[in-house]
Design a protein around this ligand. Structure first.
Ligand SMILES: NC(=O)c1ccc[n+]([C@@H]2O[C@H](COP(=O)([O-])OP(=O)(O)OC[C@H]3O[C@@H](n4cnc5c(N)ncnc54)[C@H](OP(=O)(O)O)[C@@H]3O)[C@@H](O)[C@H]2O)c1
Length: 311
């Protein structure tokens, strides 16, 4: 059963897809500075807006603040309204609700904004009770620094605890951002997605292209560069049957690409995918994942073909 969506967070349901900004400034995973420039990123951002993709997800730790700074610069140069989501990182010295408020004020300086649309706790901390940061989210909401508040990488129990704290103040927990794609369906299999839908919490699907694997361009012979091959290396050898099915399904939907099929599958599951893009071409292609729907039969076929990847 789906909950009625609170009016104040309805804007999160108006986006079918977003734009992830992790690679904007990140050298460790995404090799920022090699192969793509700030101009490429801005062009991708602009083309996304032209295609009505105006939900952008960043975080204070992406590129050590550079992602937020770049977004701040781009925002100054566009007149199109942008929905800005950023995140608080649970550094080990951050224990209290006041640290959440302070961290957001720093993010706002980098973004050049008075407030954000969505402020999320990036990860639950193993050291700090869930309730402390949830109180921090309530504070930033009450101060008008965040229009809505959410969490990320929270399991069902952690999410429920944050939800309960916020409910005391009549503040909805707007979202839970977790890894979700055809190669990682844990959110679906664990019941987290269903619980989000019961509580009216938007599940934001991160790495919806499995960090590029579901675009079909990588294989055992041509693995993705850097740390990505470590994360997904063992999957590459089993990936091709799924990619072939996605290619066929794409063709049956009027020449859609495997990336578009991967993202549309996330949308069909009721989630908000936020693919990262480094170039105009990628941003444009990802925007083409909306405005059409896979059939129920195609979703079922993808479920069957991807089942083995998530225990
Ligand atoms: N909350 C969290 O803990 C968390 C964790 C991870 C991500 N996220 C969020 O989720 C967003 C997206 O996740 P992600 O960046 O990890 O992975 P992703 O969206 O699954 O993959 C993005 C990468 O795939 C490649 N790509 C994207 N579109 C393409 C296309 N149309 N054709 C060909 N290649 C394409 C690009 O890399 P190459 O060109 O180099 O292959 C791009 O950087 C992040 O930016 C971030 O906002 C959040």
């Amino acid at each position: 059963m789906s909950a009625e969506i609170s009016e104040s967070i309805r804007f999160l349901y108006e986006s079918e897809i977003g734009l992830g900004a992790w690679s904007w400034g990140d050298r460790m995973v995404w090799n920022y500075g090699k192969g793509y420039t700030d101009a490429d990123i801005e062009d991708g951002f602009k083309i996304s807006l032209e295609n009505h993709v105006n939900f952008v997800d960043t975080a204070e730790v992406y590129g050590n603040g550079r992602s937020e700074r770049l977004l701040g610069q781009f925002l100054k140069r566009t007149k199109t309204p942008v929905i800005v989501a950023t995140k608080f990182f649970p550094m080990p010295w951050r224990w209290t609700k006041a640290t959440v408020v302070r961290a957001l004020r720093h993010s706002l300086e980098r973004l050049g904004l008075e407030g954000v649309d969505l402020y999320q706790i990036h990860f639950p901390s193993p050291l700090v009770p869930i309730e402390n940061y949830a109180e921090g989210l309530a504070s930033v909401h009450k101060l008008g620094l965040a229009r809505a508040v959410g969490v990320s990488n929270y399991d069902k129990n952690q999410m429920q605890r944050a939800y309960t704290v916020l409910a005391k103040y009549d503040i909805p927990l707007a979202s839970n951002q977790v890894e979700f794609h055809l190669l990682n369906r844990s959110a679906e299999k664990s019941g987290l997605l269903a619980r989000c839908q019961e509580l009216g919490i938007r599940l934001i699907a991160y790495s919806p292209l499995a960090m590029g694997l579901l675009t079909g361009k990588y294989s055992s012979e041509n693995p993705p560069p850097g740390v990505r091959s470590g994360k997904y290396g063992s999957i590459l050898k089993d990936l091709q049957p799924l990619i072939r099915l996605m290619t066929d399904i794409g063709k049956d939907n009027g020449s859609k690409t495997t990336s578009q099929v991967a993202l549309n599958w996330c949308i069909c599951k009721g989630t908000l995918p936020i693919p990262g893009a480094k170039t105009v071409r990628q941003a444009e292609m990802n925007a083409g994942a909306v405005g059409w729907r896979l059939s129920e039969e195609q979703v079922r076929a993808l479920d069957v073909a991807s089942d083995r990847f998530t225990k």
